[in-house]
Design a protein around this ligand. Structure first.
Ligand SMILES: [Zn+2]
Length: 59
């Protein structure tokens, strides 16, 4: 019995928000496959009131 890999990653991934200069969890993260075969998670900053986007390469 395994967790779905993307769900597992989603709950763990944090990134650095360039807008509020805070490191925190990525909200509404989505896995995005890039042209070079790597995967990144794109989402939004979880800080209240911040609308910054966070993107992080995960594999
Ligand atoms: Zn932010």
């Amino acid at each position: 019995m395994f967790l779905h890999p993307s769900l597992f990653l989603m709950s763990q991934i944090s990134g650095f928000c360039l807008k509020c200069k805070t490191y925190g969890p990525i909200k509404d993260g989505k896995m995005i496959k890039m042209n070079n075969g790597r995967t990144r998670v794109g989402g939004f900053c979880s800080q209240p009131g911040c609308t910054g986007k966070i993107s992080k390469i995960v594999s």
